[in-house]
Design a protein around this ligand. Structure first.
Ligand code: ADP
Ligand code: ADP
Length: 232
């Protein structure tokens, strides 16, 4: 479970202060799939980056699976991030001169996972995203949708409980966007909690719960009825 209580984030650039989040409060339960929408500049990425332990917040309280993030050192924060969180970005962020297998392997090496275990996980994850036969290809040999699926495989290889996605379909045409969404739905069914920022209203509606960020605050939310399963 992820809980933010009155979390604020102020960016200070020279003499300019930007209040990116203002007293932002939200609880994300185990197994949820949440779509986050809202105007450009409203604080969605800031929220996701704080949730994903990629950047610190200015005030308030953030608890991830019972751990008070405000009380952690940088190293402890990094460990927790590696244990629990996977990310997917709009631009895929694959390394162009590594093949798919090697791209998925990067974070696993970084975490010190042994070669044998790495191989098992990489093959499993490439299989799950339907790209096992392309393991030796370079990113540029794939379509955008396929590249995003590799990025998802890379995130999954770390076995994250929370998968955070910032505009994962922003660079994809609508067919590929739907395929990526279907993959995310499957990953959610398999147990991962997903928070996805999107501008795509149609994709957002498919998520069981929608929240909207306006002016650094939670504007409105719809709670799913019943258990966190996929919306029809
Ligand atoms: P969104 O994802 O909804 O477009 P962001 O979270 O990226 O919004 O940004 C929220 C506000 O914070 C914007 O006004 C943006 O310009 C500002 N902001 C975001 N990141 C930084 C940063 N690193 N330094 C200064 N201001 C930032
Ligand atoms: P999006 O709208 O897709 O969320 P943005 O263009 O708002 O993305 O921001 C992309 C990244 O650039 C953000 O993650 C943030 O760290 C950085 N950024 C945004 N606004 C500013 C700003 N005013 N000053 C410095 N960095 C910024």
């Amino acid at each position: 479970m992820l809980t933010m209580n009155n979390v604020s984030k102020i960016y200070q650039t020279n003499s300019v202060q930007t209040h990116a989040l203002r007293d932002f409060s939200l609880t994300v339960n185990e197994g949820e799939f949440i779509a986050v929408t809202g105007p450009s500049g409203s604080g969605k990425t800031t929220f996701l980056n704080i949730a994903g332990l990629l950047e610190p917040f200015t005030s308030g309280q953030y608890t991830l699976d019972g751990v008070d993030i405000g009380g952690l050192s940088d190293n402890q924060t990094a460990d927790l991030r590696n244990q629990k969180i996977g990310y997917i970005f709009q631009g895929f962020n694959l390394i162009p001169d590594l093949n798919l297998y090697e791209n998925v392997e990067v974070p696993l090496r970084y975490r010190g996972i042994a070669a044998k275990e790495r191989k098992v996980r990489i093959e499993q994850c490439l299989e799950q995203v339907g790209l096992a036969s392309r393991a030796k290809h370079l990113p540029q040999q794939l379509s955008g949708g396929q590249q995003q699926r590799v990025a998802i495989a890379r995130a999954l290889a770390g076995k994250p409980r929370f998968l955070l996605a910032d505009e994962p379909t922003g660079n994809l045409d609508s067919l590929m966007a739907r395929q990526v969404m279907e993959l995310l739905e499957e990953i959610n069914k398999n147990g991962a909690t997903i928070v996805m920022v999107t501008h795509d209203a149609e994709l957002a509606r498919r998520a069981p719960r929608n929240i909207q960020v306006v002016d650094g605050q939670l504007a409105d939310f719809t709670l799913y009825q019943g258990k966190p399963s996929l919306a029809a």
